[in-house]
Design a protein around this ligand. Structure first.
Ligand code: SAM
Length: 247
């Protein structure tokens, strides 16, 4: 406090003796330590290195590649909506797998996120779009035109981690339910695929039960590219049931 007051009053003080200085040093030191831990982890991570070699925008690309290699749900001539797409690695993978050059007329990839997404060849971008807002469905449908239904809805959405697992679980499940709502509006009956990231936790059981009420087949999968210390996993659901029992 003394330092601030001295500064405002134009007096000279020894900053190393002030509380402000100590707090400032502590904060900067803490930040530096966690940033360097993050940098060290990134450096050691083989998927980070692979992503930079393969020109993917993030290591997340390999999660989708591993899920797709197992379940094979990305086909040519498809309409695919990628929710929570920034920075864009999943959309890059999707555009490679549906081979847009060959099938541009009958395929469409729509990348949706609250954040900005830099252009990706063959991908229609809907940025500044929050899935918790109803208008995001309208914007997504406008981006799909002339198609009115989608074949695949992907959601890799996640809120920024707070460090509190229950809170993060609750928030990601809120996003997962919003993604499911969008899927039910866009996928046709007796068809369609919905892939969604969630975190382990108390709401998982109810969410998968909800998926089973709307889709014929529901599976869980944790691709090897998920970080070891993360409790994330993916649920994948096929073939939207014609008559939904409840919500
Ligand atoms: C793990 S990142 C996705 C990475 C992406 N799949 C990729 O491969 O580049 C999670 C994304 O979810 C987005 N997100 C979080 N909350 C959202 C919301 N309410 N609406 C739309 N996107 C959201 C974040 O902005 C972030 O870009």
């Amino acid at each position: 406090m003394y330092a601030w007051r001295s500064l405002r009053l134009g007096r000279k003080s020894n900053p190393t003796q002030s509380l402000c200085w100590v707090v400032h040093r502590y904060y900067v030191k803490g930040k530096t330590a966690s940033s360097s831990r993050w940098l060290e982890r990134q450096h050691k991570d083989r998927y980070v290195r692979l992503a930079s070699q393969d020109n993917y925008r993030s290591r997340s690309a390999y999660k989708l590649i591993q899920i797709e290699d197992k379940f094979c749900f990305l086909k040519k001539n498809s309409v695919i909506v990628d929710l929570g797409a920034a920075p864009g690695a999943w959309s890059q993978v999707v555009s490679e797998r549906v081979n847009l050059d060959d099938a541009a007329e009958s395929s469409r990839i729509i990348a949706v996120d609250v954040k900005d997404i830099k252009p990706i060849p063959g991908v229609t971008i809907v940025s500044n779009a929050d899935v918790l807002q109803a208008e995001t469905l309208t914007k997504t449908m406008a981006a799909m035109a002339p198609f009115v239904q989608a074949d695949v809805i992907l959601s890799d959405m996640a809120p920024s981690a707070s460090g509190n697992h229950s809170f993060d679980h609750y928030r990601i499940m809120e996003l997962a339910r919003a993604a499911l709502g969008i899927s039910l509006s866009l996928l046709p009956s007796n068809a369609g695929v919905f892939l969604c990231k969630i975190l382990e936790g108390r709401e998982k059981k109810e969410f998968t039960a909800q998926l089973k009420r709307h889709f014929e087949v529901v599976r869980e999968f944790r691709p090897p590219a998920c970080r070891q210390n993360s409790s994330e996993l993916y649920v994948i659901a096929w073939s939207r049931l014609k008559v939904s029992n409840t919500n």
